[in-house]
Design a protein around this ligand. Structure first.
Ligand SMILES: CC(C)(COP(=O)(O)OP(=O)(O)OC[C@H]1O[C@@H](n2cnc3c(N)ncnc32)[C@H](O)[C@@H]1OP(=O)(O)O)[C@@H](O)C(=O)NCCC(=O)NCCS
Length: 503
């Protein structure tokens, strides 16, 4: 039965000359698929490891026509303006997890932001729900999508950029399945893809907060089996690793994508970037810094921020950021962050919250926003370091956020403008975090840490020739003595083997 609403939508479609069609193996549909592929799909997904060849898409449609999918299904949904395909969804229905999975969704550039993407996704959900009724006689449980994790992937040419893309999926009701998802290597000559995340939209409200681990395991298994043919899950090392991780847990939490991006609804963090000494927020940030950090060997002089800003302006090899943070765009400055993006890694100098930001649960959001900035700076950073006082609570706080402490006795170099330290320079914890969600100890090559340290000496401490510093030489000797070419990490004060990931 056609409702009033669907009649008015049909009228609007006619007026716009829009039509919607699911493709089959027919000659005519193959023509539509080829045109969609060349004009809309290929330009939107230029990465060769993410793109499917058009022959493979045709192959899946032919496999479907032969009844190959059994209780599962495969769909290519196309929207056209007159003859021109302007949007499409490529998706599967997987009976075992009872989930639809969007492989690709795309709207042609001139048609974006007219709600066509949202409309295509709702269509995909209806199609998956119909598959669920046909195969299992009940409603659909989940929609899934494999998305680029913007903290682990950069693409200067992508539109929308990977951070905005995740925001769009959040608006569509998707959340991150909180487990270490890796797309398996599709063949012996290809590599596993580690910059993706698996997102889920719970249709069955019982799955709103958590999805049972066995459902997630089935989803991964069936996705590999049906969408990555001819790869078999049992042959895939990445699948086995995910299965082991999932077997140790009853359920996988669903994380808000917006919160993952550091944009928690109701807990805004307004960032003002201070770029020069004349900025009125500079003195506010300095006051906040002085009240948060007691003066001492590890703290810097109050005029040092202006000096860091002008030094970074002269040296284009790295970026320095000084942020004033507010709960409301025009409110008082309630927080500050001073950090560096160096080639290959970032460095967090100082972060502090005072009233009204302190104790409001915004620290995780600040960490995400700093990481976003470090990614956007485009210097190849994939993680960042902080130094912290072993006597204070910071080590515990950073550990909870995913930082790991390097198993070195790390002595802080002299701060710019201070007398050189004697041999007993303060010993600090040197902690490191990979960007994004962390599921275990990082596999960090020693040369990456040594390169980061020499940049920290140069950019943060103003020591142009780190190799001449006895403190640097001491750190280097400890790091290169670690076994296996990788950095070893300390777990709660003890040294751990880097291969024993804290999972
Ligand atoms: C992602 C994509 C499919 C969205 O298509 P679309 O037709 O523009 O989608 P909609 O118009 O329905 O927009 C959906 C929401 O995202 C928002 N949005 C769209 N583009 C945005 C952008 N560049 N920045 C911020 N928000 C954006 C819209 O405002 C809308 O939000 P609202 O519902 O609150 O108003 C389209 O941008 C695209 O094809 N991109 C390239 C391919 C891609 O990235 N696919 C996704 C990965 S598989």
């Amino acid at each position: 039965m056609r409702t009033k609403r669907s009649r008015s939508r049909a009228a609007a479609n006619r007026a716009l000359a829009l039509s919607f069609r699911e493709l089959t193996v027919s000659q005519e549909d193959r023509g539509i698929l080829r045109r969609f592929y060349e004009e809309t799909y290929r330009p939107a997904f230029p990465q060769p490891d993410e793109q499917e060849a058009v022959e493979r898409l045709e192959g899946y449609l032919a496999f479907k026509a032969r009844g190959g999918y059994g209780p599962n299904n495969y769909h290519i949904l196309i929207a056209r303006h007159r003859d021109r395909p302007i949007a499409g969804v490529i998706m599967d229905y997987l009976a075992q997890p009872n989930a639809g999975i969007v492989e690709f969704i795309v709207t042609a550039p001139g048609w974006r932001r007219y709600r066509l993407g949202s409309r295509m996704l709702r269509w995909a959900e209806r199609v998956a729900a119909a598959d669920a009724r046909r195969s299992l006689g009940r409603g659909l449980d989940l929609m899934l999508a494999e998305l680029e994790d913007p903290f682990k992937f950069t693409d200067d040419h992508a539109y929308p950029d990977p951070f905005d893309r995740l925001g769009i999926w959040d608006g569509w009701g998707f959340r991150k399945l909180d487990f270490p998802y890796v797309q398996p290597a599709l063949s012996r000559v290809q590599r596993p893809v580690t910059h993706l995340l698996l997102a889920a939209k719970p249709i069955n409200q019982a799955l709103r907060e958590h999805v049972p681990s066995r459902v997630v395991e089935r989803a991964v298994h069936e996705y590999i089996r049906w969408a990555m043919m001819p790869l078999r899950p049992a042959q895939s090392a990445e699948y086995k690793q995910m299965r082991r991780y999932l077997a140790r847990r009853r359920a996988v939490p669903l994380l808000s994508l917006r919160a993952y991006l550091g944009r928690v609804p109701g807990r805004d963090l307004h960032v003002h970037e201070i770029t020069g000494a004349r900025d009125a927020d500079l003195s506010r940030v300095t006051t906040l810094y002085t009240s948060a950090f007691a003066a001492g060997a590890t703290s810097i002089r109050s005029d040092a921020f202006a000096a860091l800003l002008s030094r970074a302006r002269r040296d284009r090899r790295y970026a320095y950021h000084l942020w004033a943070l507010r709960a409301r765009p025009t409110g008082s400055v309630g927080g500050m962050a001073s950090f560096f993006t160096l080639p290959g890694a970032g460095f967090g100098g100082y972060v502090a919250f005072g009233p009204p930001l302190r104790g409001t649960g915004r620290f995780g959001a600040l960490v995400a926003r700093i990481e976003e900035q470090m990614v956007r700076d485009g210097l190849g950073a994939t993680g960042w370091y902080v130094e912290c006082d072993p006597r204070g609570p910071q080590g515990r706080i950073f550990r909870k956020l995913g930082f790991h402490e390097a198993a070195v006795t790390y002595r802080q170099p002299a701060l710019p403008g201070r007398e050189p330290h004697p041999a007993d320079a303060p010993a600090l914890r040197l902690m490191y975090k990979e960007f994004g969600r962390v599921y275990g100890a990082p596999q960090l090559p020693q040369r990456a840490l040594l390169s980061a340290l020499s940049w920290i000496y140069r950019a943060v401490y103003g020591i142009e020739r780190p190799e001449r510093s006895p403190l640097f030489a001491d750190a280097r000797a400890q790091i290169t003595a670690m076994p296996g070419g990788l950095v070893a990490w300390r777990s709660l004060g003890r040294r751990v083997n880097h291969t024993l990931a804290r999972r």
